[in-house]
Design a protein around this ligand. Structure first.
Ligand SMILES: NC(=O)c1ccc[n+]([C@@H]2O[C@H](COP(=O)([O-])OP(=O)(O)OC[C@H]3O[C@@H](n4cnc5c(N)ncnc54)[C@H](OP(=O)(O)O)[C@@H]3O)[C@@H](O)[C@H]2O)c1
Length: 289
């Protein structure tokens, strides 16, 4: 991270040490790295996820870099379940008394839905919309009263697939297009309260989410996987699709999250920030099946 970036994040108004960041799913990939980067900037953290062991690893990595001795709250639960969503928000407010930033990160990707619409199963639609869309809408609903109090912000993790059609991953594309529209409408609804809402739309970022289709990327949560582990298909297809000539990293997305969560982006709302190495510029569809 460059010094210039660190200074920008810590400029007056950023108030990083006082901000409470709730990362809906922080036990792996983008959410795990983001949690550690927020900790490095002195933020208080409430971290959700299903995998208890991985959440504990992330918590201890956060403590290693945290400049102060804040508590880091972890909530083990399934974000598609009403009780677990309530528990995440209620425990956060009970512990810290506030929510400044909500990061809606839970998600499944294109690799989970390799189906053409001519073959799509109702269950695929149910599962994908439940995780990628409904969970974000419903956890945000619970957080809204607290975000209004702090004039806080929401950052939704969308995808380049919200605007680039991927044949064979159409359900995923539909869910991420929904996340983008959720972002815009919520931003318009919340602007009167000073609450900002934006999305980050990543290109290909090697994480556990991309592992199934693209090769083994298992790694300790928060760490960047070894790109050389990725299988040939991924390197031959995904890499050339990114004009900047590399795949994204969990750090790339974390840096954008830090910006959109800080006062340095205080005049930005309802926007989609593509962190995709130019992938969306190509606009070509991909046949996943
Ligand atoms: N990686 C990419 O190339 C890419 C590209 C575009 C967009 N994205 C988006 O980025 C976000 C993060 O993905 P990632 O790449 O970091 O994947 P990841 O490493 O697989 O992480 C996904 C996270 O979501 C959590 N999660 C999934 N379903 C959940 C549920 N029902 N309840 C609670 N937690 C749940 C997982 O928790 P557990 O591990 O505890 O189950 C994990 O923390 C997703 O929204 C994804 O669509 C990723």
């Amino acid at each position: 991270m460059s010094l210039r970036f660190v200074e920008a994040f810590q400029s007056p108004g950023a108030q990083s040490g006082r901000r409470l960041i709730a990362v809906e799913c922080a036990s792996s990939g983008i959410g795990a790295r983001a949690a550690i980067e927020f900790a490095r900037h002195g933020c208080k953290l409430s971290l959700g996820g299903r995998n208890k062991d991985n959440l504990e690893i992330v918590r201890s990595k956060c403590h290693e870099v945290l400049p102060s001795s804040f508590e880091i709250l972890t909530s083990v639960g399934d974000i598609t379940k009403d009780t677990d969503r309530k528990s995440l928000v209620e425990r956060t407010v009970e512990t810290f008394g506030q929510i400044d930033v909500l990061i809606n990160n839970a998600g499944r990707g294109a690799g989970h839905t390799s189906e053409l619409f001519s073959q799509v199963e109702a269950e695929t639609l149910d599962v994908m919309f439940s995780i990628n869309v409904f969970s974000h809408v419903l956890v945000t609903k619970l957080a809204i009263p607290h975000l209004i109090k702090t004039k806080g912000c929401v950052v939704n993790i969308s995808s380049v697939w919200s605007t680039v059609p991927a044949v064979g991953a159409g359900v995923c594309c539909m869910t991420k297009a929904s996340v983008d529209m959720f972002t815009k409408v919520l931003a318009a609804e919340m602007a009167q309260y000073g609450v900002r809402v934006n999305s980050i739309n990543p290109g290909s970022v090697p994480t556990n989410l991309t592992r199934g289709r693209n090769g083994p990327t298992t790694t300790s949560p928060g760490d960047e996987p070894d790109i050389s582990e990725l299988n040939q298909k991924y390197s031959e297809y995904s890499l050339p699709m990114h004009p900047l000539g590399r795949l994204g990293s969990v750090y790339d997305v974390s840096h954008a999250l830090l910006f959109l969560s800080s006062e340095n982006s205080s005049f930005i709302t309802g926007q989609h920030l593509y962190v995709d190495g130019g992938r969306s510029l190509r606009g070509e569809y991909l046949a996943y099946v």
